[in-house]
Design a protein around this ligand. Sequence first.
Ligand code: NBP
Length: 484
Amino acid sequence: MNKLADIGLIGLAVMGENLVLNMESKGFSVAVYNRSTDKVDKFIQGRGAGKNIKGTHSVKELVAALEKPRKVMMLVKAGDPVDSFIDQIIPHLEKGDIIIDGGNSNFTDTIRRTEYVESKGFQFIGTGVSGGEIGALRGPSMMPGGSKEAWPHVKEIFQSVSAKVDGGVPCCDWVGADGAGHYVKMIHNGIEYGDMQIITEAYQFMKDVLKMDYDEMHETFKKWNTGELDSYLIEITADILAYKDEDGAPMVEKILDTAGQKGTGKWTGIEAMHLGVPLTLIAESVFSRFLSAQLDLRDQASQVFQAPEITFEGDKEEMLENLKMAVYGAKLISYAQGYNLLMEASKEYNWDLKYGDIALMWRGGCIIRSAFLGDIKKAFDKNPSLPHLLLDDFFKEKVQKAQPGWRKVCAVAVTNGIPVPSLSASLAYFDGFRSKRLPANLLQAQRDYFGAHTYERTDRPRGEFFHTNWTGEGADTVSTAYNS
Ligand code: NBP
């Protein structure tokens, strides 16, 4: 490769290698670099052999190999390595050059980095890249945000390599300023945590309550994948449940029940707390992984506490249909809560997010692609100021339909001691969401009783605050901290 490359990529691990091959296959020339330079040579001699890819052995050499404006994309471990590479790249750039971070960076870091790189006279893009190894190779969903002026320079490359749906619509579009792209990727990952947790609860319910074997469970998930639950995660679950180890036993049975995580679900939960959004399903999914990781504690507790005897004598097929509705209902809540957070974030960080377009970006190439993403787009097209997804007619009707079965599943699970944190937390959220009056009146009374935190009254206008001397011993002084 003699001419200058269209784009440079740092980080030849799973994501980087595959995205480079994807870019090259779409006609772009790529220069590559990796901290451990032996991986550059290995790649150039291996999967990259004979392709329009140039290996380099320093950041300086990489940047010098690029067409202007230079586009240097990093796909390295999130955190300090990203800052370190930014500082290594900057001395070699010229005005208008672009640094791109395609890793799973925290959006607050991306906000900071955009400001920093722009202050040096360059442009910065933080982009979510979803779809794992196969997505990176064949077409990921990409969610770019950052310096808006940089977008026209990378648009063609990004949209060419991204997944396509509906005969060619790219699953990639500009999301918004500074950290918006990484924020949307964070919500995407949070929803992914939720979807995965919902499915694992359905699996346990099938196995322990309905006493289904692996072949039956495989068939059920396969069937579910042909209807309204059609999604990537349901599809791979069907495959996983059919997979047998060398001795013929289901592979899943041999996997230790302790879940790992890289942090994006946790960030979503923390962000929901920060913005005051009830994101209960995703939060429960993160906590469920933590609980699974407390393996030794659970082992001890299992010897102390007797589980209730599982007694299900109802109609299995009917209960399976209920379970399907529970999964669907919980999934609707998960997306509705995720969108609730996106809407608050858009206001908080001045991003003007295009909610419908975001759903379209998730339709291909990514882990949470599923049947009703198109309906989210329709909901926001119909009403751009829709306050909550559940108030759209499609979602209202679907959640209503799911209710009866969903309630039965939660009741049976609770009676039989089967944990269903995401199915039950989402149902509790729904019941709270549709309640005109919640018992927070008593809570406000308690706060006023012990801390003179005041309360508002149902028979007075909002914004007037009252305090009661509940014990007769308090004074008239009230706390100023009504809301935090
Ligand atoms: P990893 O997250 O495992 O990172 C490996 C890369 O980071 C290698 O190039 C490695 O260089 C480099 N690196 C590390 Br580790 N520590 C470094 C340091 N201190 N300084 C400089 N470079 C360092 O790779 P990945 O799984 O391909 O993911 C890349 C990014 O994409 C991450 O942010 C990840 O969260 C995100 N992501 C991953 C997936 C997935 O399915 N894997 C999906 C979506 C997004 P070395 O070779 O010299 O050690």
